[in-house]
Design a protein around this ligand. Sequence first.
Ligand SMILES: Nc1ncnc2c1ncn2[C@@H]1O[C@H](COP(=O)(O)OP(=O)(O)OP(=O)(O)O)[C@@H](O)[C@H]1O
Length: 240
Amino acid sequence: MSGNLLEAQGVAMHFGGVKALDGIDFTLKKGELRCLIGPNGAGKTTFFRCLTGTHKPTHGRILFRGEDIAGRERHEIARAGMGVKTQVPSLFDGLSVHENLWLALRTVRSSRDRETKIDEVMERVGIGALRHGILGRMAHGQRQLVELAMVVASDPELVLLDEPAAGMTDGEVERLASIIRDLNRSHTVVVVEHDMQFIRMIADFVTVFHQGRILVEGPVGEVLANPVVRDVYLGKKHAA
Ligand SMILES: Nc1ncnc2c1ncn2[C@@H]1O[C@H](COP(=O)(O)OP(=O)(O)OP(=O)(O)O)[C@@H](O)[C@H]1O
Protein backbone atom coordinates (compact mmCIF):
# COMPACT_ATOMS: atom_id res chain seq x y z
CA MET A 1 0.00 0.00 0.00
CA SER A 2 1.33 3.41 -0.98
CA GLY A 3 -0.49 5.42 1.71
CA ASN A 4 -2.16 7.57 -0.95
CA LEU A 5 -5.88 8.13 -0.79
CA LEU A 6 -6.06 8.38 -4.56
CA GLU A 7 -3.61 7.26 -7.19
CA ALA A 8 -3.95 7.37 -10.98
CA GLN A 9 -1.54 5.21 -12.92
CA GLY A 10 -1.12 5.77 -16.66
CA VAL A 11 -4.68 7.00 -17.15
CA ALA A 12 -5.53 7.68 -20.79
CA MET A 13 -8.83 8.70 -22.33
CA HIS A 14 -9.21 8.75 -26.08
CA PHE A 15 -12.23 10.04 -27.96
CA GLY A 16 -11.69 8.66 -31.45
CA GLY A 17 -8.39 10.22 -32.47
CA VAL A 18 -8.42 12.83 -29.68
CA LYS A 19 -6.14 11.99 -26.75
CA ALA A 20 -7.96 13.97 -24.07
CA LEU A 21 -5.73 12.28 -21.47
CA ASP A 22 -2.42 10.79 -22.45
CA GLY A 23 -0.91 8.87 -19.55
CA ILE A 24 -1.73 10.62 -16.26
CA ASP A 25 0.17 9.59 -13.12
CA PHE A 26 -1.29 11.41 -10.15
CA THR A 27 -1.22 10.89 -6.41
CA LEU A 28 -3.19 12.49 -3.61
CA LYS A 29 -2.61 12.04 0.09
CA LYS A 30 -5.34 12.03 2.71
CA GLY A 31 -5.97 15.53 4.02
CA GLU A 32 -4.75 17.41 0.94
CA LEU A 33 -6.51 20.26 -0.83
CA ARG A 34 -5.38 19.93 -4.43
CA CYS A 35 -6.32 22.21 -7.30
CA LEU A 36 -6.23 20.98 -10.88
CA ILE A 37 -5.64 23.85 -13.26
CA GLY A 38 -4.73 24.32 -16.92
CA PRO A 39 -5.89 26.14 -20.05
CA ASN A 40 -9.06 25.24 -21.99
CA GLY A 41 -8.98 21.74 -23.41
CA ALA A 42 -6.09 20.63 -21.17
CA GLY A 43 -7.96 17.53 -19.96
CA LYS A 44 -9.00 18.59 -16.42
CA THR A 45 -12.69 17.82 -16.80
CA THR A 46 -11.99 14.54 -18.56
CA PHE A 47 -9.72 13.50 -15.69
CA PHE A 48 -12.35 14.55 -13.15
CA ARG A 49 -14.94 12.47 -15.03
CA CYS A 50 -12.63 9.44 -15.03
CA LEU A 51 -12.27 9.78 -11.26
CA THR A 52 -16.00 10.04 -10.67
CA GLY A 53 -17.07 7.25 -13.00
CA THR A 54 -18.65 9.36 -15.75
CA HIS A 55 -15.94 8.16 -18.16
CA LYS A 56 -14.31 4.76 -18.29
CA PRO A 57 -10.63 5.43 -19.08
CA THR A 58 -9.23 3.86 -22.23
CA HIS A 59 -6.15 2.76 -20.26
CA GLY A 60 -4.82 2.88 -16.74
CA ARG A 61 -5.81 2.31 -13.15
CA ILE A 62 -7.40 4.62 -10.59
CA LEU A 63 -6.83 3.44 -7.05
CA PHE A 64 -9.12 4.93 -4.40
CA ARG A 65 -8.28 3.68 -0.89
CA GLY A 66 -6.17 1.02 -2.61
CA GLU A 67 -8.98 -0.33 -4.81
CA ASP A 68 -9.13 0.08 -8.59
CA ILE A 69 -12.28 2.06 -9.36
CA ALA A 70 -11.56 2.83 -13.04
CA GLY A 71 -14.69 2.11 -15.05
CA ARG A 72 -16.94 1.54 -12.03
CA GLU A 73 -20.43 3.03 -11.96
CA ARG A 74 -20.83 6.49 -10.42
CA HIS A 75 -23.04 5.29 -7.58
CA GLU A 76 -20.49 2.61 -6.64
CA ILE A 77 -17.74 5.23 -6.53
CA ALA A 78 -19.95 7.53 -4.46
CA ARG A 79 -20.64 4.67 -2.06
CA ALA A 80 -16.90 4.05 -1.74
CA GLY A 81 -16.60 7.58 -0.28
CA MET A 82 -16.30 10.11 -3.11
CA GLY A 83 -18.59 13.14 -2.95
CA VAL A 84 -19.00 15.03 -6.21
CA LYS A 85 -20.59 18.44 -6.45
CA THR A 86 -21.57 18.30 -10.11
CA GLN A 87 -23.62 15.15 -9.63
CA VAL A 88 -25.95 15.77 -6.76
CA PRO A 89 -28.61 13.20 -7.62
CA SER A 90 -31.52 14.36 -5.50
CA LEU A 91 -32.02 18.10 -5.55
CA PHE A 92 -35.67 19.12 -5.61
CA ASP A 93 -36.43 22.60 -6.96
CA GLY A 94 -39.90 22.69 -5.42
CA LEU A 95 -38.66 21.97 -1.90
CA SER A 96 -36.88 24.12 0.66
CA VAL A 97 -33.19 23.79 1.53
CA HIS A 98 -34.13 22.15 4.81
CA GLU A 99 -36.41 19.65 3.05
CA ASN A 100 -33.72 18.81 0.50
CA LEU A 101 -31.18 18.15 3.26
CA TRP A 102 -33.76 16.17 5.24
CA LEU A 103 -34.21 13.85 2.26
CA ALA A 104 -30.48 13.62 1.58
CA LEU A 105 -29.97 12.46 5.15
CA ARG A 106 -32.71 9.84 5.16
CA THR A 107 -30.29 7.12 6.24
CA VAL A 108 -29.98 8.94 9.59
CA ARG A 109 -32.92 7.26 11.35
CA SER A 110 -33.50 9.42 14.41
CA SER A 111 -35.24 12.72 13.62
CA ARG A 112 -33.31 14.51 16.31
CA ASP A 113 -29.96 13.30 14.95
CA ARG A 114 -31.04 14.27 11.47
CA GLU A 115 -31.96 17.80 12.57
CA THR A 116 -28.66 18.12 14.41
CA LYS A 117 -26.78 17.04 11.30
CA ILE A 118 -28.76 19.47 9.12
CA ASP A 119 -27.93 22.34 11.49
CA GLU A 120 -24.28 21.36 11.49
CA VAL A 121 -24.05 21.18 7.69
CA MET A 122 -25.92 24.47 7.21
CA GLU A 123 -23.64 26.22 9.63
CA ARG A 124 -20.57 24.76 8.00
CA VAL A 125 -21.60 26.00 4.56
CA GLY A 126 -23.04 29.26 5.91
CA ILE A 127 -26.56 28.78 4.54
CA GLY A 128 -28.56 28.95 7.79
CA ALA A 129 -30.47 31.98 6.49
CA LEU A 130 -31.61 30.02 3.45
CA ARG A 131 -33.15 27.24 5.54
CA HIS A 132 -36.75 27.75 4.42
CA GLY A 133 -35.96 29.17 0.97
CA ILE A 134 -37.32 27.22 -2.00
CA LEU A 135 -34.43 25.92 -4.05
CA GLY A 136 -35.96 26.69 -7.46
CA ARG A 137 -36.20 30.41 -6.55
CA MET A 138 -32.60 30.82 -5.47
CA ALA A 139 -29.86 32.76 -7.20
CA HIS A 140 -27.14 30.72 -8.88
CA GLY A 141 -24.52 31.34 -6.18
CA GLN A 142 -26.88 30.37 -3.36
CA ARG A 143 -27.81 27.20 -5.18
CA GLN A 144 -24.14 26.32 -5.57
CA LEU A 145 -23.73 26.57 -1.80
CA VAL A 146 -26.75 24.36 -1.23
CA GLU A 147 -25.29 21.78 -3.62
CA LEU A 148 -22.06 21.92 -1.66
CA ALA A 149 -24.04 21.38 1.55
CA MET A 150 -25.62 18.26 0.01
CA VAL A 151 -22.15 16.86 -0.70
CA VAL A 152 -20.91 17.70 2.80
CA ALA A 153 -24.03 16.07 4.31
CA SER A 154 -23.07 12.71 2.82
CA ASP A 155 -19.76 12.99 4.69
CA PRO A 156 -17.51 11.66 1.93
CA GLU A 157 -13.85 10.80 2.44
CA LEU A 158 -12.92 12.77 -0.69
CA VAL A 159 -14.78 15.85 -1.96
CA LEU A 160 -14.45 16.62 -5.68
CA LEU A 161 -15.55 20.03 -6.91
CA ASP A 162 -15.73 20.97 -10.57
CA GLU A 163 -15.43 24.74 -11.10
CA PRO A 164 -17.31 25.56 -7.89
CA ALA A 165 -16.80 29.32 -8.28
CA ALA A 166 -18.30 29.52 -11.78
CA GLY A 167 -20.93 32.24 -12.07
CA MET A 168 -20.59 33.46 -8.48
CA THR A 169 -20.32 37.09 -7.38
CA ASP A 170 -17.04 38.29 -5.80
CA GLY A 171 -18.57 38.12 -2.32
CA GLU A 172 -19.84 34.59 -2.89
CA VAL A 173 -16.45 33.50 -4.21
CA GLU A 174 -14.75 34.80 -1.06
CA ARG A 175 -17.26 32.97 1.09
CA LEU A 176 -16.85 29.79 -0.93
CA ALA A 177 -13.07 29.99 -0.53
CA SER A 178 -13.34 30.12 3.24
CA ILE A 179 -15.90 27.26 3.27
CA ILE A 180 -13.55 25.08 1.19
CA ARG A 181 -10.57 25.85 3.44
CA ASP A 182 -12.68 24.95 6.46
CA LEU A 183 -13.95 21.77 4.79
CA ASN A 184 -10.35 20.75 4.19
CA ARG A 185 -9.73 20.59 7.95
CA SER A 186 -11.73 17.38 7.99
CA HIS A 187 -11.85 16.23 4.35
CA THR A 188 -9.52 15.65 1.45
CA VAL A 189 -10.57 17.98 -1.39
CA VAL A 190 -9.87 18.18 -5.12
CA VAL A 191 -10.95 21.30 -7.00
CA VAL A 192 -10.91 21.73 -10.78
CA GLU A 193 -10.86 25.44 -11.51
CA HIS A 194 -9.64 27.95 -14.03
CA ASP A 195 -10.39 31.12 -12.10
CA MET A 196 -6.88 32.10 -11.03
CA GLN A 197 -8.08 34.57 -8.42
CA PHE A 198 -9.98 31.77 -6.72
CA ILE A 199 -7.00 29.40 -7.01
CA ARG A 200 -4.83 31.96 -5.23
CA MET A 201 -7.40 32.15 -2.41
CA ILE A 202 -7.58 28.44 -1.68
CA ALA A 203 -4.64 26.53 -3.13
CA ASP A 204 -1.53 25.18 -1.45
CA PHE A 205 -0.52 22.62 -4.02
CA VAL A 206 -1.57 22.64 -7.67
CA THR A 207 -1.33 20.26 -10.60
CA VAL A 208 -1.20 21.84 -14.06
CA PHE A 209 -2.71 19.94 -16.97
CA HIS A 210 -1.72 20.69 -20.56
CA GLN A 211 -2.58 18.76 -23.71
CA GLY A 212 -3.76 15.71 -21.80
CA ARG A 213 -0.68 15.46 -19.61
CA ILE A 214 0.55 16.80 -16.31
CA LEU A 215 2.88 19.66 -17.17
CA VAL A 216 4.04 20.50 -13.67
CA GLU A 217 2.90 20.31 -10.06
CA GLY A 218 4.01 22.00 -6.87
CA PRO A 219 3.28 24.78 -4.38
CA VAL A 220 0.90 27.35 -5.87
CA GLY A 221 3.26 30.34 -5.71
CA GLU A 222 6.07 28.45 -7.39
CA VAL A 223 3.87 26.98 -10.11
CA LEU A 224 2.13 30.25 -11.00
CA ALA A 225 5.51 31.98 -11.26
CA ASN A 226 6.85 29.25 -13.55
CA PRO A 227 7.49 30.75 -17.03
CA VAL A 228 6.43 27.52 -18.75
CA VAL A 229 3.05 27.65 -16.98
CA ARG A 230 2.67 31.31 -17.87
CA ASP A 231 3.38 30.56 -21.52
CA VAL A 232 0.81 27.79 -21.57
CA TYR A 233 -1.85 30.11 -20.12
CA LEU A 234 -0.99 32.85 -22.55
CA GLY A 235 -1.19 30.35 -25.41
CA LYS A 236 2.49 30.47 -26.41
CA LYS A 237 3.79 27.36 -28.08
CA HIS A 238 5.27 24.84 -25.70
CA ALA A 239 6.50 21.32 -26.30
CA ALA A 240 5.26 19.38 -23.26
N1 LIG B 1 -16.89 13.65 -25.14
C1 LIG B 1 -15.88 14.09 -25.87
N2 LIG B 1 -15.76 13.76 -27.17
C2 LIG B 1 -14.71 14.19 -27.90
N3 LIG B 1 -13.71 14.97 -27.44
C3 LIG B 1 -13.80 15.36 -26.16
C4 LIG B 1 -14.86 14.93 -25.29
N4 LIG B 1 -14.66 15.46 -24.07
C5 LIG B 1 -13.50 16.18 -24.14
N5 LIG B 1 -13.00 16.11 -25.40
C6 LIG B 1 -11.76 16.75 -25.85
O1 LIG B 1 -10.75 16.39 -24.92
C7 LIG B 1 -9.87 17.49 -24.70
C8 LIG B 1 -9.82 17.81 -23.22
O2 LIG B 1 -11.07 18.39 -22.83
P1 LIG B 1 -11.46 18.74 -21.33
O3 LIG B 1 -12.88 19.22 -21.35
O4 LIG B 1 -11.13 17.61 -20.45
O5 LIG B 1 -10.48 19.95 -21.02
P2 LIG B 1 -10.53 20.99 -19.81
O6 LIG B 1 -9.12 21.13 -19.36
O7 LIG B 1 -11.53 20.55 -18.81
O8 LIG B 1 -11.00 22.32 -20.50
P3 LIG B 1 -11.99 23.48 -19.96
O9 LIG B 1 -11.20 24.26 -18.98
O10 LIG B 1 -12.27 24.26 -21.21
O11 LIG B 1 -13.20 22.82 -19.38
C9 LIG B 1 -10.37 18.63 -25.58
O12 LIG B 1 -9.64 18.59 -26.78
C10 LIG B 1 -11.81 18.28 -25.80
O13 LIG B 1 -12.28 18.81 -27.03
